[in-house]
Structures are given as structure tokens and as C-alpha cells.
Design a protein around this ligand. Sequence first.
Ligand code: PMP
Length: 357
Amino acid sequence: MTPVDSVLSLVRPDILALSAYSSARKEAKGGRVWLDANENPETPSAHQPLLNRYPEPQPADLVAQLAALYSVQPAQCLVTRGSDEGIDLLLRTFCRAAQDAILFTPPTYGMYVVAAGIQGARTVTVPLIREKNFALDAAAVLKAVGPEVKLVFLCSPNNPTGGLLDRAAVLSVVKALATRAVVVVDEAYVDFSGQPSLAAEIPSNPNLVVLRTLSKAFGLAGARVGTTIADPAVIAVLQKVIAPYPVATPVLQAALAAITPAGLAAARESVAAIVAERARLAAALAKLPAVKKVWPSDANYLLVEVADSAKAMAAGRAAGVVWRDRSKDVPNSIRLTIGTPAENTATLEALQALVVY
Ligand code: PMP
């Protein structure tokens, strides 16, 4: 069996056997008069002349530009409604309800367990090692992967703790599981880390899947544009499962604008500003009496341990500043997104006002 065949053997057999729905826009080639998709011949919007038409299922220009942005091949990319849709598609493609499982490493992003729950997949957990700055316990992960585990979700930088997982440790897990499980590395925040993506490792490791998004560094959370990067054979299977037209035309236009040279320059500037503010905020927070620990962050947020997270959240509310209480993940911890300098100063002032007994 080739390495790619071993990965495909992990796919749900019924999905492998499924013939994909073939939409009108997929089949259409050329033509002048489009009467194949039961569309309305008139558009309601003078500003958006193509809104009466279904979009391309995977717009070729966007796929090509995202592939260039991520230094991969277009055939390795699937554009999704945020990277959240990538997580959901992977669950539905690889996990049979009540039989298969995912493995994830708490404390981490909450959607893995939710997507597993929706699909009826079971979950296996291997906690990150808190004493080692929430490091990946690669040996424990490998020990915990039984035949039921089809997907291993690793989040790097990890949400909510903020740190990158060690690249060599992640790759060791990918390689050790080459024929046994797909390893999904969620890189939603990697743009803030200054470190290279793991996507370059996919050609030599077809069981590796990388998730990227325009929601964070590119400021397009409202547009919903994620990219699942994988071996072309895996992308072809995911294509069977994704909804027919996931990239709405206004979304396509917003995404294309964001990755023009001017858009890329703006994103780079925005990331640099956020990274600089992250350092300022982390240093200032560490000096506050209410703050017990600021975890090192490679992302656009800081996980901060406080004396009492409920009181801290209340102090934020009183100042009109909204953070995220992550105490269920790490006791008495709040996650602060890095905002504008003025917004970060509001965070500092609200926590400064917090009286510690
Ligand atoms: N992965 C991680 C780790 C996240 O924190 C988020 C956003 N909260 C996502 C994926 C999903 O992001 P999006 O769907 O906007 O791409």
C-alpha cells in the first residue's frame, strides 16, 4: 500500500464509495447563455452583477492565490467557510458514528470536541504538559492512539494557552502515525508566531492536514474563509463532503482583495502591530497585583492567570471590556485578545482597578 493509500484507507468506507454531487457550475464549460442552474436571469444588485449566479464551487483564482500565500499547490487546498468548516468536514469524512474517535490535547480549541459530538465520534484526550508551558506529550499521544482513532487534532499555536507546539514533536507524531491516523495541525494563529507552517511537510507526510484561516491575521473573520491543506487525494475526498457552493460571491471578492499585494502588506503591518502590542501588554500585565501569571504567547491573545477569574471578568464588564473566561480549561484564567493600543490600555486599566485581597 502506498502512503497515500494508507491515508485513504482511514476514510469512512461509505464516503469513499459515494459519488459526489455534481453541481451545474462544476459541469458548465464555456457557453454564452446560461440556462443550466435554474438561476434568475436578473440580478437584484447593480453593485454585484453576478449575484444571481451560483459561484464556482472552488473559485480557481482564489484557490491559486491561497496556494501561493501558503506556499503549497492548488490541488492541496480546499477553501471552506472558516477553518471551523474544515474541522467539521474532517470529522464527517473520517469518523463513523459510535465507532471511530478523535484524539485531542486539552486545554485546546473547543470545536474539536463539538464536531466530534455532532458526528457521534468518540474522543480520546491527552493533556498538554502544563509544567512544560503546555507542551505536547508526544509519547503519551502515540500510546493513546488505538485503531479507533482516525484523527489527531493538534493546535499550534494552541488556543487558549497561546504557545506553539514543538515542531519536531509534532512531526514525530505525524511520522509515527503515518499509516494509522491523520494528524490535523490547526494553524489558525501561526501568522502571529513568526514560525513557518507545517504545510511544507505534507508532500512527504500525506497523513498531515494543516488548517489555515483569513479570520485572524487578515482580519476577515466576518467573511468566513478557511483553507484545509492536505494531500490532493485527501482534498478530493473532502470535496465530496463539502456543501456545493461554500464560497459566496461577496466572500470571494473580499478574500481576493485581502490577498492582493496591497492586502498582504496591510496584513503584515497589522500582524506586526499586534505582536508589538502583545509584548507591551504581557510586560505590563505581569506587573499588576491581580495577575499571577501571563503565559508566553505566539498568537494574538494572552492567557492570564488571575487571583479570581470571576472578579476579573466582573471588573472587565464594569469597564465595558469583554474578555473570555477560560477557567474551565485553566483555573482562574482569562484570555485577552490583543486589540488596538487603546483597547489594550483599556484592558490594563480594568485589571489595574481590580482590588486584590
Ligand atoms: N482554530 C482555532 C484554534 C480557533 O481559535 C478558531 C477560531 N476561534 C478557529 C480554528 C476557527 O476559525 P475560523 O473558522 O474563523 O477560520
